[in-house]
Write a protein that binds this ligand. Structure first.
Ligand SMILES: Cc1ncc(COP(=O)(O)O)c(C=O)c1O
Length: 450
């Protein structure tokens, strides 16, 4: 177990347990929780925090310089220009991958990856039930079936021990998602993939520079996909990238993002493949190159503050931070994920807890909803194009595979703290913990008003 981290083993298992046990924290993380003074704001007290947290995204002079340069060059499209190409090289290199391709967003990065791997009609892709809907949409866009795998309740990531039970003769690909910067169990994903001859597409849209055994997330599977949408820790408004170390997939994805043109020969010998237009613009890449210069500094600040927050929350039963696997050597905390246990708050509901914490000036949200139960899926499966591909019997078998009980529970208990809460000083995370402790101390009265 790594020092300074809470890992899977730090948590007591069992349905009612919220206690953290036996964790080893670095000396820097021995933060003492301040005794919560005063009444909660929801009961008429003064809020713990009145200042906003650091805003996101940030803007530095270098961003303006690079953006304006790209604008003035008047080559806004990447064709015949070089800023996107420069970013692609730098991004791939920073991840230890051989090739990178900029695209319009993370959703289309996933789409390009599946297309290159020829995952399509009739195929099944193993996906986590706890993720952003784009992971699932990309699979559906290829007319394949997303097969949901239950969630590890401790790490809140795809449960590697449940992958094999979901494999059928139609399974083609595993798509682990490194949620919130926390890295999925890639040892298990790789073991299962190699045993069953499956490809791996890492959805690293939330995990820029996170690591598994010191290898960067996104560079471990066949293809890694990234999002640079505004809220992400490396943002440019909208944007995305795929990375790979396989030359065949590189050529194929490069062609795909450029209407099927060959990367080297263009259309001299005809089109390489069916394609789309997912080309990143030059000014998106210019913004990314600007942001890149301070990206690592931000990551280090977040990691230090996350360690501190974990040390503080450890002292508050009932708000349990997501654990990390021992092999996750870096979590870059796009989201600080936790789960809420009302039993430790005198039965105060999660909605009531959130209301009270918001009144203390602390933003916090619920996690994701159970995607395997989203009504849009049934609409999709009943649509003409899916009915043309999948028989009622096949869909019946498919539906029977999609129960995810651990995930259902997480969806009722999940908490998300956005990464900008971790971008300030130690006092900021003290206030987050203090607000929670205060609500807990007065939980019974808070439950009456919420
Ligand atoms: C896990 C995950 N996958 C895919 C995406 C899609 O990325 P984009 O919004 O850039 O299309 C996101 C975006 O939030 C995401 O969180």
């Amino acid at each position: 177990m790594r020092k300074g981290r809470l890992t899977r083993r730090d948590f007591a298992f069992g349905t009612a347990s919220v206690a953290l046990t036996g964790s080893v924290l670095s000396p820097r993380s021995h933060a003492a929780l301040r005794a919560p003074e005063g009444k909660p704001a929801i009961l008429g007290g003064s809020p713990v925090r009145t200042q906003p947290f650091p805003s996101w995204p940030t803007l530095d002079p270098i961003d303006e310089e690079k953006f304006l340069d790209s604008l003035r060059q008047k080559k806004w499209c990447r064709l015949g220009a070089n800023i996107v190409t420069e970013f692609e090289g730098k991004w791939a290199q920073s991840l230890g991958a051989k090739f990178g391709i900029g695209v319009v967003n993370g959703t289309n990065a996933l789409y390009a990856a599946l297309n290159a791997l020829e995952v399509g009609p009739g195929d099944e892709v193993l996906v986590p039930a706890y993720t952003f809907v784009a992971t699932i949409n990309a699979v559906i866009q290829q007319f394949a079936l997303p097969v949901f795998v239950d969630t590890d309740p401790v790490t809140q990531l795809i449960d590697g021990s449940k992958l094999e039970a979901r494999i059928t003769e139609n399974t083609r690909c595993i798509m682990p998602v490194h949620m919130g910067g926390n890295v999925a169990n890639m040892d298990e994903v790789k073991r299962v993939a190699s045993k069953h001859g499956l490809s791996i597409v890492e959805d690293a849209c939330q995990a820029h520079h996170a690591e598994w055994r010191k290898q960067k997330a996104g560079s471990i599977g066949d293809v890694g996909c990234f999002s640079f949408q505004s809220s992400k820790i490396l943002p440019c408004g909208e944007g995305g990238a795929v990375v790979t170390s396989r030359p065949d997939l590189y050529d194929r994805m490069h062609a795909f993002q450029n209407n099927g043109r060959d990367r080297v020969t263009g259309t001299r010998d005809g089109y390489l493949h069916q394609g789309s237009n997912l080309r990143m613009t030059e000014y998106q890449a210019a913004l990314l190159l600007g942001q890149f210069s301070r990206f690592d500094k931000h990551c280090r600040v977040r990691e230090e503050n996350a360690r501190q927050l974990t040390a503080l929350l450890k002292q508050i039963p009932g708000v349990e931070p997501a654990g990390m696997y021992d092999q996750c050597s870096r979590n870059t905390y796009y989201v600080y994920m936790a789960r809420y246990n009302p039993a430790a708050f005198k039965g105060l509901s999660r909605a009531g807890f959130l209301k009270a914490v918001h009144k203390e000036g602390i933003p916090c949200g619920t996690g994701y909803q159970a995607l395997n139960k989203e009504p849009f899926l049934e609409k999709t499966f009943n649509s003409r194009f899916f009915r043309n591909i999948y028989s009622p019997e096949r869909l019946k078998r498919y539906r029977e595979m999609n129960e995810c009980p651990a995930n259902d529970r997480l969806c009722e208990e999940g908490l998300f703290f956005s990464h900008n809460l971790l971008l300030g000083g130690k006092e900021d995370v003290q206030q987050v913990a203090e607000a929670i402790a205060r609500v807990q101390k007065h939980a019974e009265e808070v439950a009456r008003v919420s």
